[in-house]
Design a protein around this ligand. Structure first.
Ligand SMILES: [Zn+2]
Length: 54
């Protein structure tokens, strides 16, 4: 089991998760990127700035 670095909620990551895959925390909704496997390491995904100039 992994923990969200933001809210410490438990995050389930499937064993066939690939590096650079992004999972969403069910606790706080932040996006976490898989940065390593064996063991799986999660890091906060960089926020993508969507500047579409509405
Ligand atoms: Zn969280």
């Amino acid at each position: 089991m992994l923990q969200c670095p933001e809210c410490t909620a438990t995050i389930e990551v499937s064993q066939d998760t690939r590096v650079s895959e992004v999972v969403e925390c069910a606790g706080c909704g932040c996006e976490l990127e898989v940065v390593a496997k064996d063991p799986i390491v999660l890091a906060l995904a960089p926020e993508i700035e969507e500047d579409w100039g509405e």
